[in-house]
Design a protein around this ligand. Structure first.
Ligand SMILES: *[C@@H]1O[C@H](CO)[C@@H](O)[C@H](O)[C@H]1NC(C)=O
Ligand SMILES: *[C@@H]1O[C@H](CO)[C@@H](O)[C@H](O)[C@H]1NC(C)=O
Length: 301
C-alpha cells in the first residue's frame, strides 16, 4: 500500500481546492466568521476592511498625491467576469500607481463590493465613523519589483489597493459607469465573462484623487493575506440610485441567488495607525450638502 500516501495527498489537495471555492459572506459552513478555520490569516491582527475613524486618523504632510498613470481612457480588450463573489475586470499592466514613498505598483484587476439584501442597502467594506457607504470599488495592484501578481501575492510588500467609496446622488446617472453597468446582464451567472472594448478608470474614480487614507492591512477575501498597502480615497464616487440598483441586482452567485451584500465586516484596527494627506477631513454630511447646493445653484443659474 505504498502508493496510497501520494494518492491520499492528492485527494486531500482536491478536497482543499474544492473547499476554497466555497467560502461565502453569510451562508453555509464557511461564512466569514469561519474563514479562519480554512484560512488562518483571516484571523490575523492586521486585517481589512476597517472603520476609518476620522478623529484618530493622523495627518502626515509628507504623503504626496498618488501618481496614477495609464488610468485615462484607453481602447483594448478587458475581460470582465462574474466569479461568484463579485464582478471583476482585468486591467492592463500599463496602468501604474506610484505611492508617496516611490513604490510603483502595477494594476491587476478591479472589482466591486455592494449591498442590496432586503432593507439593508449599503455594502461598502470600509466605513467612515461607522457609516457604511452604498458600495466600494477596489483597484488591486502588485509591487512592480515582482514579476507577476501570482508571485507578489504572497510577498510581505506585494500588494496595494486603491479604494473609493460610492454614494447615491439624486443628480442623474454617472455616465462613466453606463457601459460597465449595461454589460452586467451579460455575466449574470458565475463563470460567465465578456470583453469590454474600452476602459476609462480615471473617470470612474472620484473627481479629486489627491487625498486619501492610508494604512497597512489585508485582502478582504480569503486567504486574507496581510500584505496590502491600502489607499482609500477621501472623496466619493457618485452613482444614481438606478445604477446602484442594477449593480446590486444583475448578477447571481454559485447558488443562483442574486449576489447581495458581498462585503466583509470591519476588522479591529489593533495597534495600526491610519494616515491621511488632507489636513481637515471633510464632514461627510456637509460635504454632500455643499455639493448639492453647488449643483442646485448651477442648475438654477
Ligand atoms: C508618474 O509615473 C509615471 C510612470 O510610472 C512616470 O512616467 C511619470 O513621470 C510620473 N509622474 C510624476 C509627476 O512623477
Ligand atoms: C442556474 O440557473 C441557470 C438558468 O436558469 C441554469 O441553467 C443553471 O443550471 C442553474 N444553476 C444552478 C447551480 O442551479
Amino acid at each position: 500500500m505504498r502508493a496510497s500516501a501520494p494518492l491520499l495527498a492528492l485527494l486531500l489537495l482536491g478536497a482543499r481546492a474544492q473547499h476554497s471555492s466555497e467560502w461565502t459572506y453569510s451562508e453555509g459552513a464557511l461564512d466569514e466568521a469561519h474563514w479562519p478555520r480554512e484560512y488562518p490569516t483571516c484571523g490575523g491582527t492586521r486585517q481589512s476592511p476597517i472603520d476609518l475613524q476620522r478623529r484618530k486618523v493622523q495627518y502626515n504632510p509628507s504623503l504626496k498625491a498618488l501618481n496614477l498613470s495609464g488610468y485615462e481612457v484607453q481602447a483594448g480588450e478587458f475581460p470582465m467576469v462574474n466569479n461568484g463573489h463579485t464582478v471583476q475586470i482585468s486591467l492592463p499592466p500599463s496602468m501604474r500607481m506610484t505611492a508617496s514613498d516611490g513604490t510603483q505598483y502595477i494594476a491587476e484587476q478591479l472589482h466591486f463590493h455592494w449591498g442590496g439584501a432586503s432593507s439593508e442597502i449599503s455594502g461598502s467594506e470600509h466605513t467612515i465613523d461607522g457609516i457604511r457607504f452604498v458600495a466600494e470599488i477596489h483597484i488591486v495592484h502588485y509591487n512592480s519589483k515582482y514579476k507577476s501578481y501570482d508571485i507578489a501575492q504572497s510577498e510581505p510588500d506585494g500588494l496595494a489597493v486603491l479604494a473609493a467609496l460610492v454614494e447615491v446622488t439624486d443628480f442623474g446617472e454617472n455616465t462613466y459607469y453606463s457601459n460597465f453597468i449595461a454589460h452586467l446582464n451579460n455575466i449574470r451567472y458565475p463563470g460567465q465573462s465578456m470583453v469590454l472594448s474600452g476602459l476609462d478608470i480615471l473617470d470612474m474614480l472620484p473627481e479629486n484623487v489627491h487625498h486619501y487614507y492610508s494604512y497597512r492591512g489585508s485582502l478582504t477575501t480569503p486567504p486574507c493575506t496581510e500584505n496590502v498597502h491600502w489607499f482609500v480615497l477621501v472623496r466619493h464616487v457618485p452613482l444614481s440610485s438606478a445604477q446602484i440598483w442594477k449593480l446590486e441586482n444583475s448578477v447571481v452567485d454559485h447558488q443562483n441567488k442574486t449576489l447581495h451584500n458581498d462585503y466583509r465586516r470591519t476588522q479591529p484596527l489593533n495597534n495600526r495607525v491610519v494616515e491621511t494627506n488632507l489636513i481637515n477631513l471633510p464632514n461627510q454630511v456637509l460635504a454632500r450638502d455643499s455639493r448639492r447646493s453647488k449643483m442646485l445653484s448651477n442648475i438654477l443659474s
